[in-house]
Design a protein around this ligand. Structure first.
Ligand code: UD1
Length: 419
């Protein structure tokens, strides 16, 4: 088991460059199997979720090579018609293979995906969307056998704008006869990015990023070299780290337009943020002020993935802050560990009331999920004394060697092996 050991108290300064977004790269890696041509993705982060997705692709017979930050996918010939059972639980995004594989071969078998334990995370919306496209799903022994021989374009209305279900259905519809219209689609920037990728391959997707997405099926897709958008959550995590440590940080390759919900809260906390083209610079105040209230919502609301890092800022901000988590059921897992570090927190179901204290102190804590882990690392940077974070594998799912990035900005953090 690996741990992070962090000595708090150093401010974060300098500049950091952001990679492509995990949540864009993962569906696009899956979508790459819809063409037999090579697809090359640029600036792909070296994170566990990407490695696990690559392992799944390879497990299905797809050739994947990585040279530096470029990943090339070649899905030539016959591919396995089943998601490898031993790999599908490694990440939630394994479910992204279903849409593209059904579009390509009209038959696919998979099991329920794994991923961060942040709520129930059912896949009923994915299943309902697939059924609307004509897929017959037979479930037995925990495996879902999909027969897509009757697949064709259809009208689909989602009861909730699920990011994953919107993406899965967009991909499933790409190579079908007829037109598919998704109503109440999710509007996250990564959805528009998936459409940009698919259209670069020859697909006909319009409206992505808005509530109604239309996919006109085409016969064939071609290969492309593509750079997914930058990671707004990784960029936000860096801003939060600078904000809590009294730092002055330039975040390069930041998707500034997609980060307004975050930057407006940080400004409200007293941070000075200046924007350049694809760049943000944050200068932190002496002490952060409370942001008042954050309610997570589907895009363009406040992103649930930034709730945990903002929770940490609230623990030391002057005043009382309220966080309302509306997207996932169990996304306050960092609260208990932050309390162990001296935070004053009351949780009532999906509402957290955080009363800012002047300082946190070091403790031995555990990363329960990806963003909770990031929240604890941010807390440790500002805490008095030393913090040990266990289970850093959770953090590695979404941040590439976070300790190296933070050290480069002045943090005292090491990764250690614990027996
Ligand atoms: C994606 C992101 C994740 C982010 C989330 C919300 C990826 C790889 N992950 O996850 O980082 O936190 O969007 O912005 O892109 N739901 C159902 N039935 C379904 C699908 C979802 O009830 O079939 C529920 C979920 O349990 C959750 C809510 O809808 O409560 C939102 O989930 P969804 O938008 O699907 O998130 P993911 O695609 O899993």
């Amino acid at each position: 088991m690996q741990i992070f050991r962090i000595q708090g108290g150093s401010s974060l300064n300098g500049e950091v460059k952001i990679d492509s977004a995990k949540n864009s790269a993962l569906p696009i890696l899956a979508a790459s199997v819809m063409t037999e041509d090579p697809v090359t993705l640029l600036d792909v982060p070296d994170i566990e979720d990407v490695s696990n997705m690559i392992a799944i692709l390879r497990g299905m017979g797809v050739s994947v090579t990585r040279e530096g930050s470029a990943v090339t996918v070649r899905a030539k010939g016959d591919l396995s018609g089943e998601l490898p059972p031993r790999l599908e639980k490694t990440l939630r995004a394994s479910v992204f293979m279903v849409g593209p594989m059904l579009s390509r071969t009209r038959a696919f078998t998979f099991g329920y995906p794994g991923g961060c334990e942040i709520g129930l995370r059912p896949i009923d919306l994915h299943e309902r969307g697939l059924r609307a496209l004509g897929v017959v799903i037979d479930e037995s022994g925990g495996r879902l056998r999909c027969d897509g021989r009757s697949m064709r374009g259809a009208e689909i209305h989602f009861d909730y704008p699920s990011v994953g279900a919107t993406e899965n259905i967009m991909m499933a519809a790409a190579l079908l006869p007829g037109k598919t219209v998704i109503h109440n689609a999710a509007r996250e920037p990564e959805i528009a990015d998936l459409a940009r990728f698919m259209n670069a391959c020859g697909a006909k997707v319009s409206g992505a990023g808005r509530q109604t997405v239309t996919i006109q099926g085409v016969r064939k897709l071609r290969g492309v070299v593509f750079r997914p958008i930058a990671d707004r959550i990784a960029a936000g995590t860096m801003l939060a780290s600078a904000a809590i440590t009294g730092g002055d940080l330039r975040v390069l390759n930041a998707p500034t337009c997609d980060m307004v919900a975050q930057t407006s809260k940080l400004r409200g906390m007293g941070c000075e943020i200046t924007e350049g083209p694809n760049e943000l610079r944050l200068k932190a105040p002496k002490r952060l002020k409370s942001f008042g209230q954050i309610q997570t919502q589907p895009h363009p609301g406040f992103p649930t993935d930034m709730q945990a890092p903002m929770f940490t800022l609230a623990t030391v901000a002057d005043g009382v802050s309220l966080l309302v988590e509306t997207v996932f059921e169990s996304r306050f897992q960092h609260a208990r560990d932050l309390q162990a570090m001296g935070a004053d927190v009351t949780i009532m179901d999906r509402v957290a009331v955080v009363r800012g204290v002047p300082k946190l102190h070091g403790a031995r804590v555990k990363a329960h999920d990806l963003r909770s882990g990031a929240a604890l690392a941010i807390a440790a940077l500002a805490a008095e004394g030393e913090t040990e974070i266990e289970q850093v594998s959770q953090i590695d799912r979404g941040y590439a060697a976070l300790e190296v990035t933070l050290r480069g900005l002045g943090a005292k953090i090491t990764r250690e092996e614990r027996g």
